[in-house]
Design a binder for this molecule. Sequence first.
Ligand SMILES: [Zn+2]
Ligand SMILES: [Zn+2]
Length: 271
Amino acid sequence: MPIHICSACGTSYPDTAQPPSRCLICDDERQYVPLGGQAWTTPARLASRHVNGWRELETDLFEILTYPNFAIGQRALLLRTPEGNILWDCIALLDDATEALIRGLGGVHGIAISHPHYYTCMQDWARRFDCPIHLHAADADWVMRPDATIRHWDGETLEIAQGVTLLRLGGHFAGGTVLHWAGGADGRGAILSGDILQVAADTRRVSFLWSYPNMMPLAAATIRRIAGTLAPWRFERIYGAFPSRQVLADGAGAVQRSAARYIELLEGSQP
Ligand SMILES: [Zn+2]
Ligand SMILES: [Zn+2]
């Protein structure tokens, strides 16, 4: 029996005869059930209608994105390190071409994911490349297909390769995680953020929300904590959730300025 993939969010569910009656990720107020109701696909059907495209974002960092757009439009990033490749965030489609290309680049050493909206088909990627998946334990209840490859980590930071550190920021999800890459931007540092920090249309800004599709904010205290957690880390660039959403200069300053303005607006200082 095939596994079932939610067409609206890309989350995979176990291989049962019938698809689930609902998707718990879409039922949550941080996602939504489309007007026409929940629809499901399978890996084979997805692969027959979609392909993955690649783009080099900077030396040692590739974007992998599915065309035409599928689910939330998630992208995965492949980060090359001397210890092996790290897959940051995940997408539902793992086709033969993607597997062959990644094997040519040396396979996958480990998978790390920002939050449950990117869990998608992580179990299949981990099994195909025989590597662990690092997820923050605070989001363990959002795993819809438990798997032996999943390693839940606790605490605030986890170094998964030299100079590659997961930082738990929380916010959008309790276990919301970003990846700090010390060697990014020619050694000035980069953050791979998913939508834990959302790079804005003005790519000198980021934002922070509880629910992106339903436009629900986070509390001022949460934004203060996130900005405080990032304050000691050096980074020039921020690679966000979606293509071309990246802060290319003074990423650390962009976070602090954006957080301060967000708090100012929440606390009633609108013009
Ligand atoms: Zn869903
Ligand atoms: Zn999200």
